[in-house]
Write a protein that binds this ligand. Sequence first.
Ligand code: PRP
Length: 207
Amino acid sequence: MINIALPKGRLAERTLKLMTEAGILDNVTEAGRKLVFEDGKSGICYFLVKPWDVPVYVERGIADVGVAGKDVLLENSPDVYELADLKTGRCRMCVCAANGYRDDPSRRLRVATKFVNCSKRYYASLGREIEVIKLNGSIELAPLLNMSDVIVDLVETGTTLKENDMGVVSVIYDISARLIANKASYRFKRGEIDSLTFRLGEVITDA
Ligand code: PRP
């Protein structure tokens, strides 16, 4: 049996579609409240978890493999193998600010973000002192209400920024969904995991 942790929410539809196209899952959707699905015939069990929790399940070996955003991997640095770039869920992790914002480099920069570690790393590489304000969502609100100077957040279509009169100041990372594996599972179930990676590879497109 191979256990797969898949992300709920924004990435779910795209991930489930990819898994179905690769013939790994049988035409499944996120509909309903069921969280664990077992297919005795294919020997696959998958469960739907919060995107930030996928690496936790994989690192602990509860899931042999999983699909996680590169943003979550960069932020939490889990001890897992990254097997493939699924080239879906593409976006960029950016520094963004209100249009017209002027930085004063002599002042400590207030940065609102979910990505505390990524932000610290990025500004440390620039030698810039920052104060991080950790938020869990609606990050764009922080500069609008003058709680922060900038935000570090994901930008996909750019609609949220546009609608809030904000723009990208700099791009930190290109992000996409990645197939990850538990290190011990990869040793003991290498054949199954390689076959799954190969099948996914056949349906991954650059689109
Ligand atoms: C994400 C991200 C941005 C938005 C970017 O938020 O944090 O706010 O999507 O997407 P766009 O460029 O296509 O507008 P999400 O919708 O996941 O919700 P959150 O604010 O609760 O993090």
